[in-house]
Design a protein around this ligand. Structure first.
Ligand code: SF4
Length: 290
């Protein structure tokens, strides 16, 4: 805007910041994935990731909190200090950062934090994404099963925003071992809420299942999973584990056998492509370490 004086432009910049976030660091993976580390005005770290796929999808993974108070054992974010919930614009500014460089087609709320712990800001941001070119149907909110927020999501979000459940274990005993949140909100209650979502909204629920070697990846686990879920309601997305120092990832053979079992049981499981592993931008690796 060169028809405004330099002095006024400087005053505007100081008083009306361009973004609520300051970009601190950015890294690009060999596969083209870009991870951006921002700071909030108070210096709290926030990360977002842009993933490029061969089919043309340009998907952005957004954070809903700086850090995370839940301590899932396989997740780097859960090991860092929880700072606070992000505001609606702190969430949107992550997406806008990438949108300024090109179109984005999909958004997933799977970065730092549990989105259902920050329900109002997450849903408000998700509802504005069509203004950035991302439709509701291409927006996915993920949860580990934080029931108060999940109930509100089912009751209040009438737009066709997708729901993903980070399940990761087919029994309460195992799930509590790797995800302490399960002690508070056990599987039956969380799955009942997912079924209510399906009944009310007529949309399938995506199930995220990270493959941890020797922990949740046996054929017995696959059998338990197949018994637990209705394949007409739940779509299973297997996620190769990205090392964060605590577990080993399952081998290709183990993942293939697990997938085949689910397939034979009537599911159409997918094995997610891993993006940005070399820059610690892949699932479960976000820890604001730049
Ligand atoms: S998996 Fe999600 S809910 Fe669990 S610690 Fe990581 S960010 Fe938090």
């Amino acid at each position: 805007m060169t028809n405004v004086s330099i002095a006024l432009r400087e005053r505007l910049e100081a008083r009306v910041p361009f973004s609520t976030l300051e970009l601190v660091h950015e890294a690009t993976s060999v596969d083209g994935t870009v991870k951006a580390l921002f700071h909030t005005a108070g210096g709290h770290p926030v990360e977002a990731v842009l993933m490029l796929f061969r089919d043309g999808r340009r998907s952005v993974c957004l954070s809903s909190q700086s850090g995370c108070p839940l301590t899932c054992t396989f997740c780097a974010t859960g090991q860092m200090q929880f700072r606070r919930n992000l505001g609606e614009w702190e969430i949107l500014d992550q997406a806008l950062h990438f949108r300024r460089r090109g179109p984005i087609s999909h958004v997933v709320f799977m970065g730092m934090g549990e989105p259902m712990l920050n329900f109002d800001a997450v849903v408000a941001a998700a509802r504005r994404l069509p203004d950035l070119g991302v439709t509701n149907r291409r927006t996915t909110v993920s949860t580990v099963g934080w029931l108060p927020g999940l109930r509100r999501f089912v009751d209040e979000v009438e737009e066709p925003i997708r729901l993903a459940l980070s399940l990761h274990a087919p029994t309460d005993a195992l799930r509590s071992q790797i995800m302490p949140v399960n002690d508070r909100f056990p599987l039956d209650d969380v799955l009942a809420e997912c079924l209510r979502y399906h009944e009310l909204r007529r949309r399938r629920v995506f199930v995220e299942y990270v493959m941890l070697q020797g922990v949740n990846d046996s054929l017995d686990h696959a059998r338990s999973l197949a018994e637990l879920l209705d394949p007409t309601i739940f779509k299973v997305n297997m996620i190769p584990y990205n090392p964060t120092g605590m577990f080993e990832g399952s081998s290709r053979e183990t993942m293939a056998a697990f997938k085949d079992f689910l397939h034979d049981a009537g599911f159409s499981p997918t094995l997610r492509l891993t993006r940005g592993r070399d820059i610690a931008a892949a699932c479960g690796q976000l820890a604001a370490t730049a």
